[in-house]
Design a protein around this ligand. Structure first.
Ligand code: HAX
Length: 434
């Protein structure tokens, strides 16, 4: 058994009694009251999900296993010649809550290398899709096509104890996680590079091999590591995480569950916002022609967007009430690697004026930028200008968190999810207007 799996099993055994005790002795303790606004309004703020993988504070932002983003980057084993830690070591940390040693992180790197070959039939399925298919559809279909590989399904059909569910779920999670960046690069080269594929390099970790298979030079390997880690987890209530958890709660395997979560990520109010930000910015520049952008021109364009009934992509959040630390972390990267890049300067100018405009409009509860406002600039700078691919990158990262979560869901025996619906007449009756 690998060190990661052994450590995970130890952690699961330590954790199980905590969940059992809460249920047996304190199951009636109240966590939330639900209002009509919350019932109609997407359960915003209703505290009814459990995860120990990450926690999102409205003002501080995300903590992965108790650590902020800077603390996470500082704590993970540093690899000589790289600015960012290996994604595989971060996966170890998310799964177990323990910072791996360099050796333990490297063990995951080697394990993932053995698991990462993409089956030929997946390539056939993707090649059969029409050329104008969105890359998120191809990514999701690629994941779903591999469902026949599920070890969970095989073991379930053989008959397995509930206590063992986590084990094949973990194996599926690792097999999928190892393949996702290879699948993403395949989709990219198929769709945008005439299917001119680049063979994987067995000497490289996930970030390094991804950059290599994308055909983008250094330091894109570090961009990939940073990007995948930053996008990994944002507790359980966001659409991609919640969907993955919900589908897995029916004991659907990791392939079915992740594919569903990726479909949720593909919505413009969620992960697709990163492509929308670039599309908005490029349309703005195109309109300007040779004219230099100014704060006044940006303000006008933002008002035009709002007045036409559209949202400003990359701004606002259902939970956060300050600048997203994932935005701040990417901004820091830009300040050190591409401080004078015109597109970065424009994105910074939008950052200067958009919050004020959203405040003046008075609708958005959070006028500050989220993760998606900054990420496209970095991709564009390194030559990845096909912005409809950006959400696929988000998807590879998001898988780290949601696959960890569904492995723990099985370990802790979380049941099938089934909230209760009411009718509008029942709400009216509760409000005393029925
Ligand atoms: N531009 C214009 N209006 C906005 C806005 C924005 N960026 N953010 C919120 N609003 C509006 C809402 O549309 C809503 O209007 P209505 O009352 O007319 O319906 C009102 O302000 C209140 O919304 P809210 O409570 O502040 O925000 P929600 O929790 O309902 O929605 C969203 C959160 C992220 C979906 C929202 O802020 C938004 O649409 N942002 C733009 C799209 C975006 O950047 N999405 C990515 C979010 C991060 C993420 O998940 N990444 O994957």
């Amino acid at each position: 058994m690998s060190t990661l799996k052994e450590t995970l099993f130890k952690k699961i055994e330590e954790h199980r009694p905590r969940t059992v005790r809460l249920l047996k002795e304190h199951g009636d303790v109240k966590l939330s009251d639900v209002t009509i606004t919350q019932a109609i309004g997407g359960a915003r703020g209703v505290r009814c999900l459990v995860t120990d993988v990450s926690y999102l504070d409205p003002f501080e932002g995300i903590r992965f296993r108790g650590k902020t983003i800077p603390e996470t980057f500082a704590a993970l084993p540093q690899v000589p010649g790289q600015e960012y830690p290996n994604v595989e070591g971060f996966f170890y940390f998310l799964m177990t809550g323990e910072i791996p040693t360099a050796e333990q992180a490297n063990e995951v790197v080697e394990d993932f290398k053995k698991r990462r070959q993409l089956p030929d039939y997946v390539k056939d399925v993707l090649r059969a899709m029409p050329g104008d298919t969105h890359p998120m559809t191809m990514f999701s279909a690629g994941i779903l096509a591999m469902q026949r590989e599920s070890i969970f399904v095989k073991r379930y059909n053989e008959g397995m104890s509930k206590m063992d569910y986590w084990d094949p779920m973990y194996e599926d999670a690792c097999n999928l996680m190892a393949k996702l960046s290879v699948l993403a690069a395949f989709v990219y080269r198929l769709k945008y590079k005439d299917d001119d594929q680049i063979a994987e390099d067995p000497n490289l970790d996930m970030g390094g091999n991804f950059a290599h298979q994308m055909g983008i030079d250094k330091p894109y390997d570090d961009v990939a590591r940073m990007y995948f880690i930053l996008h990994s987890d944002h507790e359980s209530g966001n659409v991609s995480a919640h969907t993955t958890h919900l589908v897995a709660s029916a004991l659907s395997d990791a392939y079915y569950s992740l594919s569903a979560g990726i479909n949720g990520l593909a919505g413009p109010l969620h992960g697709l916002a990163n492509q929308e930000v670039l599309s908005w910015t490029m349309k703005f520049m195109e309109k300007l022609g040779d004219v230099e952008p100014t704060e006044e021109l940006v303000k006008q364009a933002l008002w035009d967007t709002l007045n036409s009934g559209q949202v400003i992509p990359g701004y606002g959040h259902a939970v956060l009430r300050k600048t997203d630390p994932r935005y701040a972390s990417q901004r820091e990267f830009c300040l050190s690697h591409l401080p004078d890049y015109p597109l970065f300067k424009l994105i910074s100018m939008i950052y200067q004026v958009a919050p004020g405009i959203l405040e003046e409009q008075g609708k958005a509860k959070n006028p500050w930028p989220n993760v998606d406002a900054q990420s496209g600039v970095i991709q564009w700078y390194y030559g990845l200008t096909d912005w409809d691919f950006y959400t696929v990158l988000f998807g590879v990262g998001r898988a780290l968190g949601v696959l960890t979560n569904i492995t723990w869901d099985r370990a802790l025996g979380y049941p099938i999810e089934r909230p209760k619906s009411l009718t509008t007449a029942m709400l009216e009756e509760a409000a005393g207007i029925g």
